[in-house]
Design a protein around this ligand. Sequence first.
Ligand code: PLP
Length: 386
Amino acid sequence: MSDATAIPFFSGAASARRDRTRLEAMVRQVAASGRFTSGPVTAELEAAIAARTGARHAVAVANGTDALVILLRAAGIGPGDEVIVPAYTFFATASCVLHVGAEPVLVDVLPGSYAMDPARAEAAITERTKAIMPVHLFSQMADMEALKDLADRHGLLLLEDSAEGIDMRAGGVHAGLWGSGGVLSFFPTKTLGSLGDAGMLLTDDDDIAASARRLRLHGQGTDGAYDTDGAYVYQEIGYNSRCDELQSAFLLHRLERLGDEIGRRAELAARYDRLLAPLAGTVTTPWMAPAKTPSNQVYYVYLIECDRRDELAAYLEANGVGTEAYYPRPLTQQPLLAPLPGSRHPVPVSDASARRALALPLYPDLTDEQADRVAALVHAFYGAAS
Ligand SMILES: *Cc1c(COP(=O)(O)O)cnc(C)c1O
């Protein structure tokens, strides 16, 4: 198989080629401005994301992981606190809790949505529980009505790892804004990806926002801006988590067509759904909760569950198609987390998903023909086996 026909798991190369002139102009503009981090372009991006999501505050930082650490710190999570998080998620959801000195308590997810099971979360609450932090994975949000009700009944903070959640809404409320705050990641593969790393914290809480603006610049000043009276006076021990002007410029440009790109993702998902339907029983296509608003669902990742997952992935790889097992093990089986007391809850749904889940290529640059080829290879694999 030649490289020309290979279908990578993710690529933004075709768009970057198409946009070359504009991207080059942005590089020239930022270079000529002499302001490379935390400047006016980043402020413009913050305003644009705040307007799009409805967040009162959008605080740009270096990446989504930093946004989580800073969110937890700003929300007052620290040593002695337990934070309930799902066992089926990216490592950063739990590692950020450990970074601030608190303890992650891992609970199982619901089948289909892969999001925190409210009943499991409730059963894991102790006197030390300070917050619950659901994650919105792949294509839809967690059951936020139930989780908000749970947090309210037990007096817990509700935080969201909404790193994948741009444009996802439930009941009209954007991901990250159901409780005290959430985050966005602009890692290149994400629905809104930069040409490198960037992230953002979203919150309606003035105090959390003010603290986050300090923490991203070493805890400096009154609001973290360079040129305030507080420059070089540090109010808390923070981080170096600046957002590059260049990434902000790229993101403002990408934001212009985010709606179209999300539409294209939905089209491709519907195409896979249709093409893979005959394999029902062997391949399960994504389950979607009934939409509460039109933009409730956003296909960041197209995740199937299938028999003989690793063999299928190897077969696709041998035929030039990239896939990802999201996630190959629940966090309860991560070597660093398994020995912790927070890993003692059984997580059967996460265990089963970790054996069967496989993400197929899905991104705006993917063509119909490429999606057809991926689906045909999946058919060929199971056809040959039976
Ligand atoms: C991508 C992601 C993160 C981390 O974001 P980065 O920008 O890569 O640091 C955290 N949590 C989830 C669920 C993610 O998908």
